[in-house]
Design a protein around this ligand. Structure first.
Ligand SMILES: *Cc1c(COP(=O)(O)O)cnc(C)c1O
Length: 452
């Protein structure tokens, strides 16, 4: 295979994560306490997170050292490869140079262990016994379950019902790693019971599952909560992707003109893009950065930039983000990891500042792109990653129309080996597009909390 895969020596692994908060022209709006409307402090978050992660949420240091124990685990699969998609370029007959960073090489199959490992590590050293979390497609749950197994923590996972039914092998993987998995909404929490009373057949959503997990953590001093996306510390941990890519692109003697990532909560996108955006914000570089989201759950392109809850049960602090409303239950598309009503506050802030762009793509177009990619490159992408593939193909075809060669770098956030039922359904013509659910979103937005 024609690649630009470089086996970097051990000391080529980044020694620190990059924190974009150091380079923002203006800081992102503060996180607010839902009761008082005032900015929250470390004490408010202490029942849910270890101190180290709370500090990483707010620090403005440009670099945060990666602990040795975390680096040792990263070394099993990092640096992840950067490939040039030569055969895809030929298939598209484009003058574009297409590169992708492949995060499917982690044992769990996606970028998510990049943050699961440090989260489990910091919890372990601060005395946490058990982590509780939610998972959509199961990528996050399996990553956290693996990290908990590495560091000797118990793990409890609320899995969105529609994925629990669609993706039994992801659930099996979490159980192999030793986690306890419960479909959400469940009867185990007030938040879950409240939903089931109104909607006994609820497909669930990440927003609901978050409420269940937060409720359990808040009620047990030995249990803490863990989130796989959205929060600043999660995006921080993911920057190993972009830091490696900068070096790998230099080894390839090329520079990206366009950077593309799929956005659910924004973490893999930020992981690749933020180190490049930091250079742009410091005036060292210019690059277009494009976030690709599903048309069925279009928070960046159709949502409102407003303070909202991170969960459906309204238990979390209020964060300013592009949101479809915390009561919105997205259609059951196969890219389960992208079915979230909100967006990382840092990604939202950068969109408001005009530093990034966003596009929404329909489900069938993303699968067509994923299959074209698989036939050219061999790797079967996760349905979430297909959004980035589709975005990259669009840009490559634009290069062809305009007769210009640009370098496109996208994040292939994970493989789709546990998502083959989705591909089977696509090939059999059973998948459909979803129209923008305007009425449901309007209803959910009407319920936004009042913030003065
Ligand atoms: C979870 C997931 C995503 C979406 O989450 P982000 O936080 O937006 O990155 C994308 N791709 C894969 C493979 C995932 O597992």
């Amino acid at each position: 295979m024609e690649t630009v895969k470089y086996l970097l020596s051990e000391d080529r692994l980044p020694q620190a994560w990059y924190n974009i908060q150091a380079d923002l022209p203006q800081p992102a709006p503060p996180v607010l306490h839902p009761g008082t409307g005032q900015p929250i402090g470390p004490d408010d978050l202490a029942p849910l997170f270890p101190l180290a992660l709370i500090q990483q949420e707010v620090t403005t240091e440009r670099f945060v050292a990666i602990p040795d124990e975390v680096q040792r685990v990263y070394r099993q699969w990092r640096p992840s490869p950067l490939y040039r998609a030569r055969r895809l370029e030929l298939a598209l007959d484009t003058p574009a140079r297409i590169y992708y960073k492949y995060e499917g090489v982690s044992p769990a199959g996606s970028h998510k262990p990049n943050t699961a490992v440090p989260q489990a590590y910091y919890n372990k050293i601060e005395g946490t016994k058990r982590l509780v979390t939610e998972t959509g497609a199961g990528q996050w749950g399996s990553s956290l379950a693996m990290a908990c197994a590495f560091f000797g923590l118990e793990c409890k996972i609320f899995m969105v019902r529609v994925s629990y039914d669609q993706k039994p092998y992801r659930r099996a993987l979490m159980e192999v790693y030793g986690a306890q998995v419960t479909p959400s909404p469940s009867q185990e929490t007030n938040a879950g019971r409240a939903i089931l009373t109104g909607h006994p057949d609820s497909p669930g959503s990440l927003g609901i599952a978050i409420s269940e997990a937060v409720e359990i953590a808040a009620g047990d001093p030995e249990t803490k909560y863990s989130l796989g996306s959205v929060l600043n510390h999660v995006l921080l941990h993911q920057t190993v992707i972009g830091l490696e890519a900068i070096e790998q692109m230099q080894l390839a003697d090329d520079e990206p003109d366009i950077i593309i990532g799929a956005t659910g909560g924004g973490s893999n996108f930020a992981g690749l893009a933020f180190p490049y955006l930091g250079r742009k914000l410091r005036g060292e570089d210019d690059v277009r950065v494009v976030a690709v989201e599903p048309a069925a759950c279009p928070s960046l392109t159709r949502g409102r930039y407003a303070y909202d809850f991170g969960d459906t049960g309204r238990l979390t602090p209020l964060v300013k983000m592009h949101t479809l409303g915390s009561g919105f239950i997205p259609p059951g598309i196969h890219a389960g990891g992208l079915r979230y009503h909100g967006m990382a506050p840092l990604v939202s802030h950068l969109l408001e500042l005009g530093q990034i762009e966003a596009v929404a793509i329909q489900q069938l177009d993303t699968f067509a792109a994923g299959i074209q990619f698989a036939r050219a490159e061999g790797i079967v992408p996760a349905p979430e990653s297909n959004h980035a593939v589709a975005g990259a193909i669009r840009e490559a075809l634009r290069c062809k129309e305009e007769g210009v060669s640009r370098a496109i770098l996208f994040n292939l956030s994970g493989h789709g080996h546990f998502d083959m039922q989705a591909y089977t359904d696509y090939i059999a013509g059973r998948l459909v597009n979803y129209d923008y659910p305007a009425e449901e979103i309007a209803m959910a937005l009407a319920g936004l909390p009042a913030v003065s």
